[in-house]
Design a protein around this ligand. Structure first.
Ligand SMILES: [Cu+2]
Ligand SMILES: [Zn+2]
Length: 205
């Protein structure tokens, strides 16, 4: 800046120029922050999803994008190779999509634990109830095995579910524990881990 000011320029003029320069820099920086931050937030985070398996995890079936909106957590699937129809869809407790043993049998996806239920409600009531916080709207998969219809979970934000897993069950969900427990979704068909809690929070900034 000093180079632009002719020798002998009076002090008030110099101060004015410096002031204008500071204002201009501030405006440019603010514009950069305003333009970049929402774009990053709008992009959300992509969670890789794999079929469950008896031994580790199965084939990749795509990903699910999660992002915060003013209406809650928006989950946008980009999946193919899933059984057509409606699927029970939940946030499960553990960030682990692997198999686990139950009653002497290996169960695919069981390492994810139960439905995310930080208030220990013990009830499966769906995304609009007072039960498990991890209860999501069912996931729709078209006749071609492709899922691309977003669902909204109004009680959740990304920070609530990071460090958990996303589970897609073989069958649908009636948002009730009757006649079958946990909405009747049955076997765990596909699953994605939502990283570690610390990673997630740092990436959200
Ligand atoms: Cu589930
Ligand atoms: Zn539930």
């Amino acid at each position: 800046m000093l180079l632009l000011i002719p020798i002998g320029a009076d002090k008030p003029k110099m101060l004015k120029l410096r002031f204008l320069f500071t204002v201009a820099v501030t405006l440019v920086l603010t514009a950069v922050v305003v333009l970049i931050q929402p774009a990053r937030g709008a992009a959300g985070l992509n969670i890789p999803v794999n079929l469950t398996a008896m031994n580790g995890v199965g084939a990749s079936v795509g990903s699910i994008n999660v992002r915060n909106t003013q209406y809650g957590l928006l989950l946008t699937p980009n999946l193919r190779g899933i059984t057509p129809g409606l699927h029970g869809f939940h946030v499960h407790q553990n960030p682990d999509c692997g198999p686990a043993e139950k009653n002497g049998a290996i169960v695919p996806g069981l390492a994810a634990g139960g439905h995310f239920d930080p208030r220990q409600s013990g009830n499966h009531e769906g995304p609009y109830g007072e039960g498990h916080l991890g209860d999501l709207p069912p996931l729709y998969v078209g006749p071609d095995g492709v899922a691309n219809v977003p669902v909204l979970a109004p009680r959740l934000a990304v920070s609530d579910v990071w460090g958990r897993s996303l589970m897609i069950h073989a069958r649908g969900d009636n948002f009730s524990d009757t006649p079958s427990p946990l909405g009747g979704g049955g076997p765990r068909e596909a699953c994605g881990v939502m990283g570690s809690r610390l990673d997630g929070l740092s990436r959200l900034r």
